[in-house]
Design a protein around this ligand. Sequence first.
Ligand code: 5AD
Length: 348
Amino acid sequence: MQVGRPQLIEWLSYDRKQAKELFEKARAIKHKNIGRKTFFRGLVEFSNICAKDCNYCGIRKSNKNSHRYKLSDEDILESAKYALDNNFASLALQSGELESRAFTSRVAGLVEKLMAIREGGFGITLSCGEQSEETYRLWREKGASRYLLRIESSTKDLYYQLHPNDAKHNFERRLGCIHLLRKTGWQVGTGIMIGVPGQTVEHLADDLLFMQNIDIDMCGMGPYIEHTDTPLYTRRNELWPMAERSFMTIKMIACLRILMEDINIAATTALQTSDPLGRTKALSYGANIIMPNITPGAYRDEYALYQNKPKTSDSFSDYIDSLETEIRAAGDEPGYGVFGDSPRFGKR
Ligand code: 5AD
């Protein structure tokens, strides 16, 4: 649906009482266009080694307090088997950003192996940062089909408050990569962080219009959560209270669902961190994707983009039960055994 910038700014400025109507509208649009199924992506955070130095992120290269790890192929295949056993048909492989021949071929080999262990393959989402056109093409050929590359902010000025202004962190290159992904045949996802210092509802309205303009297939966005070992921590006094960041995230999800009725929208882990009911609210008011973390336990805590990341229970069956509870509390059904591709992409 086309919605003007002033209307979006008004919606994003709503208080809790006013937002009820917005939320109901988004919910109805979701049910009509997407249905009542929540799809799973088994999330494997396979390495926290990163060449970038984003000012907000706990795994930035300069953070010497981060313990670096890289999962073995065996570990990753083990996680995928877990996904298989629990009837998740989709995986999301996420890592720090590295550009090298070794990394390119490692991910290519991994995708190939993962596709082979499930009849009909997995729906694989990659989230491995900025890469060359050849790399994107290779990974796509190996069978991965979705790629998530957050723009973080579509306002250049704010982008450079969040990243160093140097050759490794270039706004135009990031945008260019989103276009390369489209060109090389991916379902393309992007997203932003909500509640970063200096961000206003005007910025957020522009982010929504940006996503609509470039016609994304998927979106993952969540609240910014400060991390002590990062430069942005010095601006913590400017932050909205956490409850406000969570509430704004739900409003953003609802607005995006109204703007783009048939895309996939994730209820992210960061949202669950900021509000225990966050993911259920997101699924109630527009989101349709949940990404259970299936990274092996020994590594799960080291992928610390932000602090106080929720600890997943040691027992995976308890974990699945709690996910199902969250999904049903939102009035949805778990979408087992299906990819859950972006309906928008299918129509293109
Ligand atoms: N708080 C919330 N989200 C974060 N990310 C990175 N650091 C933080 C943080 N401190 C998000 C970024 C990145 C994704 C992998 O995680 O949006 O793209």
